[in-house]
Design a protein. Structure first.
Length: 241
């Protein structure tokens, strides 16, 4: 049996040449995009709007677009709500973290207040000298740098929120309830009172009231007797009123 090639040669007809078309968009040798692929892509993008314009008025397409817009709006609302919840959570966590740190620092500072009282008593008695003085001043400066504040001095107006009155008196040289002596200083940290100050309080003396009103009866005028008459001058006979 003769083959097809033999039959072709016998009839004198030539076989069609084999053509291999390379449709790759990127040239494997140069690595650049081929011009033919770019033209083909451009023609494809131009045909799409034409096809879209041809079916833009169809009810099915309008319904699809409306449903997609609705879905986008729902997803956007969900994302906005989720972002708001996350922002609130982050702010709440930052606030709680700061509050816990302040509470922990306040407890540490509160435990050091008796030591500061000893330093203050040593300073008042003149015993704060030498290396101990330098160490005490460095400790006080370090505590003040992190926010520890001392309050309660002689002459401060009495405030029951930050002062504890251990003694009370009246003095003419004050015009309002005033701290005239401080037994123990108070301390605060971060706007929160760690310990109130113990003080002695003095209030102003009230002025005496006037003994007689203008136009009133004199203190030397005798009082009327039971008959309603007033004795005359020098204890003479009474004069009927």
């Amino acid at each position: 049996m003769s083959s097809a090639h033999g039959a072709g040669r016998d009839t004198g007809q030539e076989e069609p040449p084999v053509v291999v078309r390379d449709r790759r968009r990127i040239d494997p040798r140069s690595g650049e995009v081929r011009a033919q692929a770019t033209e083909t892509a451009g023609s494809g993008t131009g045909a799409a709007p034409a096809a879209a314009g041809a079916t833009a008025d169809s009810p099915e397409l309008l319904q699809l677009i409306e449903s997609l817009n609705s879905a986008v709006q729902e997803r956007t609302a969900d994302l906005q709500r989720l972002k708001a919840e996350y922002d609130n959570y982050r702010r709440r966590m930052d606030r709680d973290r700061q509050m816990i740190a302040e509470q922990a620092t306040g407890r540490v500072l509160g435990a050091m207040l008796p030591t500061l009282d000893d330093i203050g008593r040593a300073r008042d008695h003149g015993d704060l000298e030498g290396p101990f003085k330098a160490v005490a001043e460095a400790l006080e400066a370090a505590l003040e740098s992190i926010g520890l504040a001392r309050f309660g001095t002689v002459g401060d107006e009495f405030d029951p929120l930050v002062h504890e009155a251990l003694m009370h008196s009246y003095r003419p040289d004050v015009t309002a309830p005033t701290c005239v002596e401080v037994f123990r200083s108070g301390y605060s940290y971060g706007g929160r009172v760690l310990r109130v100050a113990q003080v002695a309080v003095a209030e102003p003396i009230d002025e005496p009231e006037a003994s007689a009103e203008p136009g009133g009866a004199s203190a030397d005028t005798p009082a009327p007797d039971d008959t309603g008459s007033v004795p005359g001058p020098g204890g003479g006979p009474s004069v009927e009123s």
